[in-house]
Design a protein around this ligand. Sequence first.
Ligand code: SF4
Ligand code: SF4
Length: 432
Amino acid sequence: MSDFDMFCYQCSQTVRGEGCTVKGVCGKDATSARLQDNLIFAIKGISAYNYHAKELGVSDPEVDEFLTKALYSTLTNVNFDIPSLIQLGLDAGEANFKVMKMLKEAHIEKYGEPVPAVVKQGAQEGPAIIVTGHDLKALEELLKQCEGTGVKVYTHSEMLPAHGYPELAKYEALAGNIGKAWFDQKKLFADHKAAILGTTNCVLIPKDEYADRLFTMDIVKVPGATVIEDYDFTPVIEKAKELGGLTAEETTELTTGFGLSTILSLAPQIKELVLSGKIRRFFLVGGCDTPNPKMSYYREFVEQIPEDCIVLTLACGKFRFNDLDLGDIEGIPRLIDLGQCNDAIVAIELAVALCDLFEMELNDLPLTIVLSWMEQKAAAILWTLLYLGKTDMFLGPVLPAWCNEDILNVLVSQFNLTPTSNPKDDLKKILG
Ligand code: SF4
Ligand code: SF4
């Protein structure tokens, strides 16, 4: 644990006017302070998904009501009760479940249910726009406006799964994907003379080399970038043309876009393969990626997963290993990309469908979840899985900093959560 177990400076009673770092003057202890912080982080994650859902015209008053209640619970002198703060974490998981479901349904209604798509990875010749972030509506509007201009649009990071949506893939301008997870932006964008559009969180403060060709929109604002108003992407398209265009690189291929229906259409075959022992286990491996060298755990982990297991993945953690050719098990791909972080809802719906298929409870399924976390959306997703009663998950390689020993003990004792160690030992624990 860190030198100071808590930090709170939200009211004027705070120690020396600087911050309560051991125990609150109000009586708040470190664990309740951290659980309040955790709640705020989860709320931030839910709010991001809720915001995108509202952009698509859908909302849920119960979610909005929960967000207000949860925030109020973190005010000074309201809640010092650890069990109820844990329950609020679980309630946040429930609210996030609802909001992810609502967002997914809105995406499907607008863009169709994703189908597997093979995507060209790497630059092609010609003027280009690179779109990063999670906002599919922004991508759609941009694609419409690029039609007939000769400008190619590339996805980056969490935008990759857009290629699976039929109503987005139909645009000729959607050319491929460039780069990997969010944190390669500074080098990637400096190296590629394209206009860049940052649509959501996980956009970095630009280097001078590309600040004048970086555009953001709506809530996203970074120094040096131009903010686009009302989905009018004319300046982005003009900038792409003015830059002259990218030089063609050697391209590879990535597959994305496995929607629930696609996977469920394989259900009878999957059942047979599981019952005959040809598929031993499913792994859901993914989450938010970070530049931390310890994150190489995920590639090593997937490389060491035995050939009779299927790997499901989502969010930008997938870029650690989605270039691997894992082959298939009698036609069932061994690497299945379910989409963005909010598509954790697809993984959940798939798990529920597998429960029906095998007439099993969630925690009896041959399914192990190995989750990385970076920021607040991952906190919301973690609490959703805990709210659903999913136990035996692996989390790491860096644990959320709001976990002190007390909180970790709860996660371990109530949910059998295991901090990751090394791929070999973890796989041995899982597979025996
Ligand atoms: S709310 Fe409590 S812990 Fe926070 S600054 Fe005020 S006295 Fe300190
Ligand atoms: S998965 Fe997480 S870290 Fe990655 S781009 Fe999305 S929010 Fe950011």
